[in-house]
Write a new protein. Structure first.
Lengths: 157, 489
């Protein structure tokens, strides 16, 4: 059986997804110079995976970014953000921007802002994807007082 | 002064470290959570020396000065809250090592537990309206999930009700913070205090009204209390101990103290509102607690009643009122955490908390009975235990402020409290039952309760001038401190 949506949607999303991903990454990386930043960029990245999920079904998207991998990545994102803040202690103050600020308006001009944007991007992108995919994949049924979880539509009787 | 951020960092780090490394292991996740909460207790204890030497300590995150950056502040008042919070949390974590073993995914409990600790510590150290809101939401959202941790139908229902009302409270607070930002252009409390003096009084009243109603929802004062009995009685017992013992007091009562006595000091009328809320919830909680069928529900209604005492003392004001409010916070936090842990220990053995099914616990679990006895008599206000001092000081404060009727009501409510606890003691602890299978709970469940009851007992006995010096500093913060002083320096 052909899974997912029609051929038109699949083709369009196949073409669009790489661009959406690159756009998300650029929003993250230039967050301190242009509108955007870690959070919007992360949302755009997760939107890329959600489009794949809608167009192709879950097998295709889970082969690219499995739930376990995104679960680990979003913990790593949070710890990365905390460690960016902890690096400030080397200058004596929490969150102190200890890196050199580079030249104005270039990519390397914000010190630790770049790293914190990347960390937030990883965290938001993966956890939003995780949330949406869990909501769309898992079915919950009440049987009297008990709750049962199903991962496949066919298992529900 | 980097110590000031450590309670938040350690708990946040613990949450994500457990999520990354020990999600599959029940034992390691619990031990890691316990270690991190002990470390944060140590950092709070080390902080104490600096707080009591100076009047307050400020910390500029990232080195940015007041109107621009995030500012953290700890003074004697928030230090006492920090100390009580970080003292109770490791004990509850220790208790959970055994208790949460019956749940399938108990490592998730420790992740959420660490997030709650992060939020509560964060509220206490921040001096910024929006920061307070963010930490309030971190701890609230973690608590919504923890209430539904058992995944039974009624727990989910309680959690849903709690979530909805919690969000309404948060939104009321958020709207008033938005109005503050719109009217003054700043979120820093010290900066706001300077600008607010010249503002229109009606606008400030509106902001204050939203704030007080949002916080009353979070504190579960009388007209806003109805989510509390379900949420606190159906959650797993360690969670109830966190929620009833410290959570409602920090997300609600601590902020109410700050709002009423430090931030909106130009409105002395707001104290009367807080007093009325406190008085009504004191009476209502005590009356509702009498005829409950479940121990944890009785304790939950008792929490409403006792938080009413705190709010009443805050509303009466003056030296004695503030002293009573702080002391009642300290001892009621300890006693109510003890009682909920105690009900958890009973539930662990009997698999139920219905009063009708529990009989003769004294024969089988003597130490558990002893700790429950201490907790109940303490909250009822029997002399050697902690809450006796706080209650008598609240009554003295009412008499000093010439509220004789309120003093009388406080005494009557205290007697009702003693009444429903004596009923519990007689029915479930000291009654006859021939069920030989049940024996005393193990070391991990028992020791936190024993430690808490020793502290409550000693706290009542050694309430001496040596300790009172520190509490007096917190009282003077409530009486005289205004954030505007910070900007003058």
């Amino acid at each position: 059986m052909n899974k997912g949506m029609s051929e038109i949607v699949k083709t369009i999303s196949k073409i669009a997804c790489p661009f959406i991903l690159v756009f998300g990454i650029s929003v993250i990386f230039y967050g301190h110079l242009t509108p955007g930043g870690g959070f919007p960029g992360g949302v755009v990245i997760s939107a890329c995976f959600v489009i794949l999920l809608l167009a192709y079904g879950k097998e295709k998207v889970l082969s690219k970014l499995s739930l376990i991998k995104s679960d680990i990545l979003h913990d790593i994102g949070a710890i990365l953000f905390l460690s960016v803040a902890l690096i400030g202690f080397s200058g004596g103050i929490f969150f102190l921007n200890v890196f050199n600020k580079g030249t104005l308006f270039s990519l390397w001009s914000g010190g630790n802002l770049l790293f914190s944007n990347i960390a937030i991007g990883i965290k938001v992108g993966t956890s939003l994807f995780l949330g949406i995919s869990l909501l769309s994949m898992v079915r919950i049924l009440y049987k009297g007082d008990k709750i049962e979880f199903y991962e496949k539509e066919e298992d529900i009787k | 002064m980097n110590l000031i951020v450590f309670p938040v960092i350690l708990n946040l780090f613990s949450a994500f470290l457990i999520a990354l490394l020990w999600k599959k292991s029940k034992i390691y996740s619990g031990i890691a959570c316990l270690c991190f909460s002990l470390l944060s207790l140590i950092s709070v204890i080390l902080l104490g020396k600096y707080v009591f030497q100076n009047q307050y300590i400020l910390y500029y995150v990232g080195g940015w000065e007041i109107p621009i950056g995030i500012t953290l502040m700890v003074d004697a008042l928030s230090y006492i809250f920090l100390l009580v919070l970080n003292f109770i949390l490791p004990l509850i974590c220790w208790f959970s090592l055994t208790y949460m073993g019956k749940y399938v995914k108990s490592s998730y409990f420790y992740i959420l537990f660490s997030l709650i600790s992060t939020g509560l510590n964060g509220i206490l150290i921040s001096m910024d309206f929006f920061n307070i809101y963010v930490f309030l939401e971190i701890s609230s959202i973690a608590s919504y999930i923890l209430v539904a941790f058992g995944l039974k139908t009624e727990e989910l229902e309680a959690s849903l009700k709690y979530t909805m009302l919690g969000f309404i409270g948060s939104v009321l607070i958020l709207v008033s913070i938005g109005l503050i930002l719109g009217k003054t252009g700043t979120l820093n409390i010290a900066d706001f205090m300077n600008i607010a003096i010249g503002m229109d009084r009606i606008q400030l009243w509106f902001i204050l009204g939203l704030f007080i109603s949002g916080l009353a929802l979070k504190t579960a004062l009388f007209p806003f209390h109805f989510w509390l009995p379900d949420a606190h009685s159906l959650a797993p017992s360690p969670v109830s101990a966190i929620l009833s013992g410290i959570f409602i007091k920090i997300t609600g009562f601590y902020l109410l103290i700050r709002i009423v006595s430090n931030i909106f000091i130009m409105f002395s009328e707001s104290k009367i509102i807080v007093m009325g809320l406190g008085l009504s919830s004191m009476i209502f909680g005590a009356l509702m607690a009498i005829d409950q069928k479940d121990i944890k529900r009785t304790y939950a209604y008792s929490s409403i009643s006792q938080i009413g005492y705190c709010a009443l003392a805050l509303g009466i004001g003056g030296y004695w009122g503030y002293l009573g409010a702080i002391l009642h916070f300290i001892f009621h936090s300890l006693s109510k955490s003890l009682l909920f842990l105690n009900s958890g220990a009973i539930e662990y053995k009997y698999k139920t908390t219905k009063i009708d099914d529990l009989k003769g616990i004294e024969d089988k679990m003597p130490y558990t009975t002893m700790t429950g006895f201490v907790g109940m008599l303490s909250i009822a206000g029997i002399p050697p235990f902690g809450c006796f001092w706080s209650k008598i000081i609240i009554i003295i404060s009412a008499i000093k402020a010439h509220y004789y009727g309120i003093a009388f009501i406080a005494v009557v409510v205290s007697i009702i409290t003693l009444g429903y606890f004596l009923k519990l003691l007689r029915n479930i602890f000291y009654s006859k039952d021939e069920n030989p299978k049940i024996n005393e709970v193990n070391f991990n469940l028992l020791m936190p309760m024993v430690l808490l009851s020793i502290i409550i007992f000693l706290g009542g006995l050694i309430f001496s001038p040596n300790i009172k010096i520190y509490i007096d500093k917190a009282v003077s913060v409530m009486e005289n401190f205004s954030y505007a002083q910070i900007m003058e320096k």
